[in-house]
Write a protein that binds this ligand. Structure first.
Ligand SMILES: [Zn+2]
Ligand SMILES: [Zn+2]
Length: 109
């Protein structure tokens, strides 16, 4: 059995960025949901980079990805589509931050 994986600093930073996006469905404050990895055997733990933000209700409530997965995915897209969207949004935020830092650097010269 593999040892329980502890999130590294980078993984923790990523997780907090994911959560900070807010729920993909309703934009309320979110927790991260680890999606099931594609192409890996059953029981493989998904990585901390394969996470999407969902609020408590859409994560584990009555109508949620955990309780009504089929209906949930039919309505809002599959986990993997939501992951792409999440990663794209984080990329956009990081690009904006880099741009900002770059300009700040220029001004300080
Ligand atoms: Zn929600
Ligand atoms: Zn979950």
């Amino acid at each position: 059995m593999a040892k329980k994986k502890v999130a590294t600093k980078l993984e923790r930073e990523h997780l907090s960025k994911v959560a900070s996006l807010g729920c993909l469905v309703c934009q309320r404050p979110a927790n991260v949901h680890h999606i099931r990895p594609v192409g890996l055997g059953m029981g493989m733990r998904s990585s901390h980079y394969q996470t999407i933000p969902l609020c408590r209700e859409h994560h584990q409530g009555q109508f949620s990805i955990h309780n009504c997965k089929q209906e949930f995915e039919a309505m809002y897209g599959t986990e993997h589509e939501m992951l792409q969207k999440t990663l794209k949004e984080i990329e956009n935020i990081e690009e904006a931050n880099n741009f900002f830092n770059y300009n700040k650097g220029e001004n300080n010269d």
